[in-house]
Design a protein around this ligand. Structure first.
Ligand code: NI
Length: 174
C-alpha cells in the first residue's frame, strides 16, 4: 500500500531522474493506487504534472492536471507528432525546486498512450497541455527542463538553484 508521505519527490542529482524509464506491463490495482498517490502528491506540491521517475519509480508513466483542464494519466506514452511551430514558455519542475526558465518547445503535439485499464488512446494537445506533456515525457527519458536551455542560461539557472539549496540547508541547521 502506498501512502502520500512515502512519495518523496526526488531532486536533480538523483540517478533515477537520469534513467530511461521502463514500460509498464501490468495494469491492476497496484498501478491505480500509485497513480492516485501521484495525483495527491502533485497537488499537494502545487505541481501541474508529475512523472513516475520523480518519485523514484523508473516506469513510463506520468500524470498531468493543468489549470482549467482535466486530470489525465499517460501510461507508456509516445509523442508521435510535433508541430513545426515552436513557442517559449516559462517552466519549473518539482525535481528542480525554486527555479524557473523560459523553454522553447513545439507548440502542439500528438501523443499516443495507454490509460489505467491499458486501453490505447491518441490525444492532440496545444498550449499549456502540450507543454506539460512534453515536460513530463522528457522525464521518462532522463531529461530535465534545464537540459533544454542554452548552455549559458542553464549554468545561470543551476547556480541560482545551488544557492537556494545551500540557503535551505543552512536554515535547517539553525
Ligand atoms: Ni518536471
Amino acid at each position: 500500500m502506498y501512502h502520500t508521505d512515502m512519495l518523496e519527490i526526488v531532486t536533480i542529482g538523483e540517478e533515477v531522474l537520469r534513467e530511461k524509464a521502463k514500460p509498464i506491463k501490468s495494469f491492476g490495482s497496484e498501478l491505480r493506487i500509485l497513480v492516485d498517490a501521484m495525483f495527491e502528491s502533485m497537488e499537494m506540491d502545487n505541481g501541474i504534472g508529475l512523472a513516475a521517475p520523480q518519485i523514484a519509480v523508473p516506469k513510463r508513466m506520468f500524470v498531468v492536471h493543468p489549470p482549467d483542464d482535466e486530470a489525465r494519466v499517460f501510461i507508456n506514452p509516445e509523442i508521435i507528432e510535433t508541430s513545426q511551430e515552436v513557442v517559449s514558455y516559462e517552466e519549473g519542475c518539482l525535481s528542480v525546486p525554486g527555479v524557473f526558465s523560459e523553454v522553447v518547445r513545439p507548440a502542439g503535439i500528438t501523443i499516443q498512450a495507454q490509460d489505467l485499464e491499458g486501453k490505447a488512446f491518441v490525444l492532440k494537445a496545444q498550449g499549456m497541455l502540450a507543454r506539460v506533456i512534453q515536460h513530463e515525457n522528457d522525464h521518462l527519458n532522463g531529461i530535465l527542463f534545464v537540459d533544454r536551455l542554452p548552455e549559458e542560461r542553464r549554468e545561470q539557472v543551476m547556480k541560482i538553484y545551488e544557492k537556494k539549496q545551500k540557503n535551505k540547508r543552512r536554515k535547517k541547521t539553525v
